[in-house]
Design a protein around this ligand. Sequence first.
Ligand code: PLP
Length: 482
Amino acid sequence: MDSEQLREYGHRMVDFIADYYKTIETFPVLSQVQPGYLHNLLPDSAPDQPETVEQVLDDVKTKILPGITHWQSPTFYAYYPSNSSVAGFLGEMLSAGLGIVGFSWVTSPAATELEMIVLDWLAKLLNLPEQFLSKGNGGGVIQGSASEAILVVMIGAREKVLRRVGKNALGKLVVYSSDQTHSALQKACQIAGIHPENCRVLKADSSTNYALRPELLQEAVSKDIEAGLIPFFLCGNVGTTSSTAVDPLAALGNIAKRNEIWFHVDAAYAGSACICPEYRQYIDGVETADSFNMNAHKWFLTNFDCSLLWVKDQYVLTEALSTNPEFLKNKASQANLVVDYKDWQIPLGRRFRSLKLWMVLRLYGAETLKSYIRNHIKLAKDLEQLVSQDPNFEVVTPRIFSLVCFRILPVDNDEKECNDRNRNLLDAVNSSGKLFLSHTVSFVGKNRTTLRHRSATDGGEAREGDMEGYPGRSFTLAWQAV
Ligand code: PLP
């Protein structure tokens, strides 16, 4: 790395990015290009000779930016919040600058130790039970995504149960969740080798605002035990992707405990809100959980990727995931004096991601972060009120955090026509380039289409495919505060 070249180019790049943010609202928020557009604009092979930064930045302006959907735009209300920040950006920059790969403590002690400290800080802000802190058997780790977090705890839980019941019992292991759970759980089951017929996707509907009913879980578990199967993993939700539903954690956790089921709580989006005392209630019952995840890269001003996972017993992960090849052996690890995060995750290599979270916590402080969350929730409340006052629209599910799910009301009870109108509205809004909303579907006993709107850059997962085979699902628009 040539320091002077880095200084010169780095300044230019920061200027470029700062200008991008200054003008971000002038771009259509949802990219309007057609599939394959870039193939027509770029050469078929890599250049033989070096080109200049100016040439590359010119191409970024004219060829790349048109194909960007501007996730950081103030009019991006789709999917989930993905708010980056100056602090997060600086942390990313520093991490890239230091360029370390911190898989074992010895490969950069600060990387491991800062991650442990920052995860403890955040566990305290969330008021997580002490067992999740690093001073005992527990602790936190940064994964790339919630999907990885769910997968690693499932692999750990699988190993634990198979040690108890015998390695041949894999085909008998059963996983439980509500039908509102993110598809990350399904993917984890696929990778972990859970038989598809042993994934209990329990119905959650509008009668509980899409929260899982404990009686349904108990019934399913009892039936499975009677059938000789082995219940082993339950995923509870705090803030589902479609509508931010919150499962009753304590009741679910107690069932899990009684039946030796690993209880994971996925709070990928809504966990951030729980640093505010008035929203902490939504993770009440987390003390019954074995593991908990929240994405700082969603609603915590930390640039992607930064998914936080806490476990009460780190050895469940290390027993399932550790390897000890000769070329990685070192005194600190051999003496069991240190955490080696390579044994808490799927890959070996890992970035210094705690730097950006540390920057966010230090440069903003907890109080600013709380205000930021409260402001998003207030924006969402305002929109919810506006929608409720409009006789043409309805709020489909009660708003809890910064997501508003709403739809145009049907005329003459014609739900099919109503779904089409909501889809058309979504297409019209998104093709305007002015706003980007996403949608979901919800079961209410009739076909309905719902739009989702997250306040100031949140959003939710489109589940259009779910409509097939579910005559009672409605298409919902969603709005998330940004
Ligand atoms: N869980 C929930 C509740 C989510 O909303 C999402 C993403 O929207 C995920 C899991 C998956 O997140 P990731 O992209 O970090 O794997």
